[in-house]
Design a protein. Sequence first.
Length: 123
Amino acid sequence: MRLALLSIRHTEMDPVIDGAWLRNADVSRPRPAGQTDDFVYRASVQQLDALFGDGVDRLRIIMFQTGLDTAVVGFYRAVVDRLLRRPGSLEVVPMFYAAGGGDAGATVTQSANFEPGAVWAAG
């Protein structure tokens, strides 16, 4: 599953993703950073639980990240929570924007390059 963390933030990702994990309109609101982090964490825990509730026992997410730090932190807090509760059930491959190009293994979209980071997994 190839996802953008937030919808509508970087449309150059659209040709290479299957969807967005969160709606930008729900996340990018004026509020304290801690509240955004908590909102994304809770929403991500719910979405992960729903995905695994459909009989899925292993899932790999390739996550194209955006620059909204509080959303990134909240999402990965939920990933860590899931990995602690169910080791071996989830792998997340973060994809980082590589300004000015990237190596031959980078995923190229219409106007941007993304490079994979270290896989988040346990067990």
